[in-house]
Design a protein around this ligand. Structure first.
Ligand SMILES: Cc1cc2nc3c(=O)[nH]c(=O)nc-3n(C[C@H](O)[C@H](O)[C@H](O)COP(=O)(O)OP(=O)(O)OC[C@H]3O[C@@H](n4cnc5c(N)ncnc54)[C@H](O)[C@@H]3O)c2cc1C
Length: 452
């Protein structure tokens, strides 16, 4: 019997899932993988489609291998491409990483004999689970019979489309570099936008607005603190957890260490922490602590930090603390209204462009993703309680509206954010992809209920 796994979404998560299934070296007679990807490329998704060389990975080469048990896999690929610098602590352009991801699966898809992998550039619009598997419905009306489906659809739709702000990932518009620009949000997306504007010779002012005006911290070479599960107060309230974190950081710094060592030491445990955080604590974390966590956890390369600091020092970039209220398109550009922190009134700077750099937020319904909306509509899926993504169990099986785990539909990457929270970066997604491959294919043979 040939086990057929269909992966919906060919961004980083879907490609990593396919790579881990392929790594099992199961013959084409026993395994067939289909990636269904609506875009024209595979591997890039949103993060790695950028063609700007200033858009760097915010993770070092030595942490970006597709395979957690082969940490130099990416670095060896860079060497083979003639792109290696010999320094695994470097930050390379994100577009290079997109090529690496595409290369993980391309040779399989191009195989002249019987390929184990095929890529369909189509939109998937429906999944129907039946006794023996799952039918994957495509936009052209065709149906793929599969044993398992893996949702790798990314951050599943946000309410950006309801705003008059521009999409940061749309193609750059023709702009006059002397015109002012307003950016809403001061996280990593804002950093990307400022670097793009600088590269295009921006001379007009750039104002970046966010509630706390916090920028991502800069990377430093760290020595992650060795923390075992027993060292961490898993299951405690948010208040106690934050107290523990502050105390641990203070003690580590007093001993000559850096706060980053503690954050990086905590990283292997963050999913477990999230899972055991009481629901009310999760809510409070998102409301009050997630911005601070994100700015310390998701850091920018030192070279980007230096360029941002320079732009601030020259007065070109101004970071403003304020609460974004609305944006309106006018004949001459976009007017953004925000309330400066600590003030009652509103300010309305006008930019020739105003760009949404708030990152991905919660799902608002209806989601623009037709497949996800149909799964929600027919009860095959439900949102996680915090509406960060769809609801999955700890094995990444989709949970339906009656609370039952699907035996056929699984998830990988940010679509499972409600369950794991820290599942947006490659070092986390690759571990999840490996776990899922193990679950679906078993080891060493195909032991999962594919024959059911
Ligand atoms: C700007 C940016 C920079 C980042 N930088 C880093 C970094 O330096 N290091 C790091 O570790 N992480 C980084 N990340 C995080 C990370 O790698 C992403 O979270 C990851 O790319 C998520 O990939 P994904 O495949 O789940 O989602 P996406 O990239 O959104 O891809 C999902 C894909 O699914 C397809 N799709 C969705 N629905 C359907 C459907 N119904 N039918 C067919 N196709 C469908 C979409 O077309 C899309 O291509 C970055 C993220 C962003 C946004």
């Amino acid at each position: 019997m040939t086990l057929h796994v269909t992966i919906i979404g060919g961004g980083a998560s879907g490609t990593l899932a396919a790579a881990h299934l392929l790594q099992r070296r199961i013959t084409p007679q026993r395994l067939r993988i289909t990636i269904v990807e609506a875009r024209k490329d595979v591997g890039c998704g949103i993060a790695y489609s950028t063609d700007q060389s200033s858009h760097l990975l915010n993770t070092r080469v030595n942490n970006m291998s597709a395979f957690p048990d082969d940490p130099s896999h990416f670095s060896r690929w860079l060497e083979r491409q003639g792109l290696g610098s010999g320094n695994d602590l470097d930050f390379v352009p994100r577009r290079t990483y997109g090529r690496y991801l595409a290369d993980l699966v391309a040779p399989e898809a191009d195989a002249v004999s019987v390929p184990r992998l095929r890529i369909l550039h189509q939109e998937c619009v429906a999944l129907h689970v039946h006794e023996h598997g799952v039918e994957v419905g495509l936009a052209d009306g065709s149906v793929l019979p599969s044993h398992f489906a893996i949702l790798a659809t990314g951050f599943c739709g946000d309410d950006r489309r309801t705003s008059s702000l521009e999409n940061p990932w749309a193609r750059p518009l023709d702009r006059d570099p002397a015109e002012p620009v307003v950016l809403v949000g001061t996280g990593l997306t804002m950093i990307d936008m400022v670097l793009s504007l600088l590269e295009a010779g921006q001379t007009g002012t750039i104002q970046a607005i966010s509630r706390r005006g916090l920028l991502p911290q800069s990377h430093k070479v760290t020595k992650p603190l060795k923390l075992s599960v027993a060292d961490i107060p898993i299951g405690s309230s948010l208040g106690y957890m934050l107290h523990w974190l502050r105390t641990t950081i203070r003690a580590h710094e007093a001993a000559g260490g850096d706060w980053r060592d503690v954050i990086d030491g905590l990283r292997p445990h963050t999913q477990l922490l999230w899972r055991h955080l009481p629901p009310e604590s999760r809510r409070r974390f998102l409301r009050h602590a997630s911005t601070i966590w994100d700015t310390h956890r998701h850091r920018m390369p030192p070279s980007s930090a230096a360029r941002i600091a320079e732009a601030q020092a020259s007065g070109l970039l101004r970071i403003v603390k304020g609460h974004f209220q609305r944006a309106e398109r006018t004949a001459s550009g976009t007017t953004v209204t925000y309330r400066p922190s600590g003030s009652e009134g509103s300010l309305t700077p006008e930019g020739s462009h105003a760009i949404d750099c708030r990152g991905f937020r919660r799902i608002s319904l209806p989601t623009p993703n037709r497949l996800l909306q149909s799964l929600l509509d027919n009860g095959t899926a439900r949102l996680d309680p915090l509406t960060l993504g769809l609801d999955f169990d700890h094995r990444d099986a989709l949970i339906d509206n009656e609370g039952q785990s699907s035996p056929r539909i699984f998830g990988v990457g940010p679509v499972t954010r409600g369950t794991h929270f820290e599942i947006t970066a490659v070092p986390d997604i690759r571990v999840q992809a490996a776990r899922l491959a193990e679950l679906l294919l078993g080891s060493p043979g195909l032991s999962v209920s594919a024959t059911a």
